[in-house]
Design a protein around this ligand. Structure first.
Ligand SMILES: C[S@@+](CC[C@H](N)C(=O)[O-])C[C@H]1O[C@@H](n2cnc3c(N)ncnc32)[C@H](O)[C@@H]1O
Length: 216
């Protein structure tokens, strides 16, 4: 039976800084819950922690299935979050270092949500972490850098670890360039064209794909 996030998790999600609207968040939660339950408690992997908004929902689903979320971020912000860019938040700059640091906000968010013990935060560049990774995953959520370089590296680095039947979730998929950048859309197309994935659901810019085919 599908469950909604707990009221505490939902309240923490709505309070957290971040870029995930509620309807997409609920679709992410449903995918996470399904993948964790179906795949015998394999871990869930997120690229793009930021301040932990989407991590809360993944962690809530992981807790219900007795598994963990691994969330990856260098915590220095994406290109569009740097000073002078559209999504910059000056309150997230470390005054001593003079650079973005979303790790303290992320830790506070998870603590408030009571979900710390269900999350393993890995601080570093996604492709370097993926290169060291060996465990099978129930779900891969791609919401890191939105340039072609980063999105492609995330796709190539993490999808090989997705178990058969596991879910690939991609955020900010915009078929029309007028709605947003095209890099997430291109990896979404690439996944479908590979023959290894079939589409499960579409919730605005959030796409859920199931890994059904064998790797070529
Ligand atoms: C769009 S935000 C993630 C939003 C978050 N999922 C939410 O729900 O609010 C993208 C994040 O990806 C991180 N990021 C970008 N490129 C990265 C890379 N190559 N490796 C690790 N993290 C990266 C940035 O630091 C930023 O925090």
């Amino acid at each position: 039976m599908r469950m909604a996030p707990t009221p505490t998790a939902l309240a923490a999600f709505e309070e957290a800084k971040g870029f995930m609207p509620l309807d997409e968040g609920l679709a992410l939660h449903a995918a996470a819950e399904h993948a964790a339950a179906e795949l015998g408690g394999l871990p869930l992997l997120e690229v793009g922690t930021y301040c932990g908004r989407s991590t809360i929902l993944l962690a809530d689903a992981a807790r219900a299935a007795g598994t963990s979320v691994v969330t990856v971020d260098h915590h220095r912000g994406s290109e569009e979050q740097q000073p002078g860019w559209e999504y910059h938040d000056a309150s997230l700059v470390d005054p001593e270092v003079g650079r973005m640091d979303t790790l303290p906000a992320f830790r506070r968010t998870l603590h408030r949500a009571g979900l710390e013990e269900h999350v393993i935060a890995v601080v570093g560049r996604s492709p370097r972490i993926a290169a060291l990774w060996h465990a099978p995953l129930a779900l891969v959520f791609v919401d890191g850098g939105h340039t072609d370089e980063h999105a492609t590296a995330d796709y190539e680095g993490w999808t090989p670890h997705l178990a058969e039947g596991g879910l690939l979730v991609i955020h900010d998929v915009f078929p029309d360039p007028a709605d947003g950048g095209q890099a997430p859309y291109r990896i979404y197309r690439r996944a479908l064209e590979s023959g290894e994935f079939t589409e499960v659901s579409v919730t605005r810019s959030l796409r859920v794909l199931r890994r059904t085919g064998v790797r070529r």
